[in-house]
Each structure stands twice: as C-alpha cells, then as structure tokens.
Design a protein around this ligand. Structure first.
Ligand code: MLT
Length: 415
C-alpha cells in the first residue's frame, strides 16, 4: 500500500501567485544587492496599528496575565463585544440589521473565502469574475470542482468546469451575468485586482440572478472602507433580498492594518438556505457554524479587543486617516501614470490601480521591465486569470515617499 495524495492539488499552478512574485523579487535582490526595491505588489499595508488599537491590544494582553481576567478558549464565532460592535458600526448605519449569530469572527478573509466552498456540494458549478483573487479559484481546484487548466486554445488559462465572467476595459470591468446555470458566484467589490466597483444597479442584477436561479453569491467586501463614491454599495445587504442569497466577507486587514495581526469576519444570514440531495432546505448559517466550531478555535482575545477598538471614536478617526493616506497614494499613482500616457483603472474606491500595459506588452514582461528598470514591484495581471493578461496591478499601500519615488522612476522609462 502507498499513501495517495489529493490529486486535485496537481491541477494547481506551480505556486501561489504572491509566493511566485516574492521568489522572483528575492532572486532579483540577491543578484542586485544595492538596488532599492519598492514593493507595490502584494496588498500589504505599511502603516502601523493606530495608537487606539495598540492601547486596546496591550490592555487586553495585560488582562491575559491577570489571574482574575485571563481568558482561555473563546467562542469560535467571536466574542459578543466584537460581533455587536461590527453590527452597530458596519451595518446599522447602512440600514442593515443582523443578529449576533449571523456574524462569524475569523482570522482572515483569505481563510474564510477559501474555506466557505467546503460546505457546498462538490457538484456545485462555480462562477468567478476574471481576473480574480486567486484564492477563490485555487480552493475550488483543490476541492475537485474543476478539471485541468487549458494550456492552449481559446480557453487558455481557464480551468475546465469553472465559469469565467471576464472584466476588462471592453465591458468597463462590469461582469455579465452568467449565461449558464451556476450555483456559487464569487464577487469582490471594490474589486481585487482591478480596483473597479459595481454600482447598486449593477450589483442588484446579480442579486436578482441569484434569486431567480437559486444561486448563492459569495461577496468579498474586504475593501469597502476605501469607497469614496456615493452610488457604490458598501454591503451586498444594501440590496433588497440579498440576505436570502448572499454571504459577505469583511476584513480588518487593509482597513485597520491587521494583515499581520489577523482579524476578519463573515456574515451568514439565517435566511440563506441551500438544498440537500433530497430537496430539503438547509440552513447555511448552521453549516458554517458547524464547520467553524469543528475546525476553528476563534481569534485571540487581545486581537478581538484590538479590532473592537477600531470602532471607538478615536479608533475610527485614526483608521479613516490611514485610509485617506493610502487613497492619496492611489491618486498620486493614477495621476502620475496618466501623465505618462498609461491607461489606468481603479484607485478611486480602492487601493488598487490596474494598469493597461503599454504596446500590448505581456503582463509578466511588464512586471520584469518595472522590476529591472525601475526596481518597482507590481503584480502581473495574468497572475489573476486569463483576462488579466495585458494588465498589471500596483497597490497604494506603500508609504507616500516610496510611492512618489516609484512614480518618478516610472516616468523616466520609455515605453
Ligand atoms: C492581494 O495583494 O491581493 C492581497 O493582499 C492578498 C490577500 O489579501 O491575501
């Protein structure tokens, strides 16, 4: 007898996109130790946790060392103080009511958007926008919901069995509704990687599709705090009836600097139902609760107190200042690149800027050019899916100084 592996893993691309980029950048740095590389690739924040957050974090650590306040295992779904704060500050102002047991605190939207698929049948047909955050695709590949990736032909770069909804400049980055029947639709708006958004009308069409076709939308709203325009929904539950068809993912990572601290949450409304093989309606909330209580032991108490502090008056103010700082970077990037004649998208309601490569250059060639000639790291659009070919993503998460320096270097390149 030999031990057999989950062969679905063999269908995956060699390495996870951001791991591949890190490898290439490391190699470049080794070969060019004196070059000062500016990283605008992975969307990792540069601003430290804010003073209010740090105070709450430290106070909670002190409590953990106090025999009268020490906390052991917490609730797998998160402490009520954080769930309540989330509902009060992130949803009630939008006119959305949620029960506390509809909010599941976790250690990241990456984990939640990756794990959610396991409570659905392996027969489910999955639709993704293209380009897309690779976690949605890879986790469905691992689960066996796809065939192999096409290496050539008109479906090159697409996995068999997945439904792709292209988002390119041709359709203003607004995905069309699926033409075929699909069960699960991953949507991320403001979008990673394109930085573009859907307005209420456009999102309503997806909610209606889901209602009409008994589909479920997995709505990643990790970047909602970066929205600056009025008609852009912050939550899918702003659309009537969405609680019956959508799960929403949110994160403290990009908004409050928790990429290294880890805290996020997922909303699973109790109205949301799917079917077993006998046609009985089952509660998705119950299944996710069962999954989390089995496989997850909660986010640490100090981290949850730190996350709660982002909702205090001073915490909110500091968080807003940090977001404004990144959005200023986004503006600098957008304006500088437009000045040198590049076509850029996003950056208005999102910290991502999606650049059309000049002269139809291929994404990875443009990535190499920026790395070699300007020592600036971006993320090649093709890494996010076949419709990302011909684009490159820059993030606004570096410092203002580095962002300006990167733009200075790019403006010296000739394309
Ligand atoms: C990105 O750069 O797309 C994100 O930082 C990745 C992530 O949030 O996991």
């Amino acid at each position: 007898m030999v031990v057999k592996i989950n062969e679905n893993y063999l269908l995956l691309q060699n390495s996870y996109l951001f791991a591949e980029i890190a490898k290439r950048v490391e190699k470049f740095q080794e070969e060019n130790p004196n070059k000062d590389i500016i990283k605008m690739g992975i969307g990792d924040v540069t601003k430290p946790l804010s003073p209010t957050v740090i105070k709450a974090f430290k106070d909670a650590v002190d409590e953990m060392g106090d025999p009268n306040h020490f906390m052991g295992y917490g609730p797998e779904q998160g402490y009520a103080f954080l769930q309540e704060a989330i509902i009060k500050h992130d949803f009630n102002p939008l006119g959305i009511d949620l029960d506390i047991d509809e909010v599941f605190v976790s250690d990241g939207a990456k984990c939640d958007t990756g794990n959610i698929q396991e409570i659905f049948s392996n027969d489910c047909v999955v639709a993704i926008t293209d380009p897309v955050y690779p976690v949605y695709v890879d986790t469905n590949v691992m689960a066996g919901r796809t065939g192999p990736i096409n290496e050539s032909g008109e479906d090159e770069g697409r996995y068999d069995g997945l439904v792709y909804l292209p988002c390119t400049e041709e359709n203003d980055f607004v995905p069309e509704l699926p033409k075929e029947d699909v069960d699960l639709i991953y949507l991320c708006f403001p979008n990673n990687p394109t930085g573009t958004t859907l307005n209420k009308d456009q999102l309503s069409k997806f909610v209606k599709y889901a209602q009409d076709n008994q589909a479920i939308i997995l709505f990643d709203a990790a970047y909602e705090k970066f929205i600056t325009e009025d008609d852009v929904p912050h939550s899918i539950y702003e659309i009537e009836g969405a609680k019956e068809v959508a799960i929403e993912f949110r994160s403290f990572s990009k908004t409050a600097g928790f990429t290294g601290t880890r805290c996020a949450y997922t909303v699973v409304p109790k109205e949301l139902k799917a079917y077993d093989s006998e046609g009985n309606k089952q509660s998705i909330n119950k299944l996710w609760n069962r999954r989390q209580t089995t496989k997850f032991n909660g986010v640490s108490y100090p981290v949850q107190r730190a996350a709660e502090a982002t909702f205090s008056e001073s915490g909110k103010k500091e968080t807003e200042e940090n977001i404004a700082y990144y959005m200023k970077n986004a503006e600098v990037i957008k304006n500088s690149l437009e000045k040198i004649g590049l076509k850029v998208y996003g950056g208005i309601n999102s910290p991502y800027i999606w650049i059309k490569t000049p002269n139809n250059m291929d994404s990875w060639d443009f990535f190499d050019l920026l790395l070699n000639e300007a020592n600036v790291v971006g993320t090649p659009g093709a890494g996010f899916g076949p419709s990302g070919e011909g684009y490159l993503r820059l993030t606004a998460f570096n410092t203002l100084e580095n962002t300006k320096e990167a733009m200075k270097r790019l403006s010296k390149l000739s394309f």
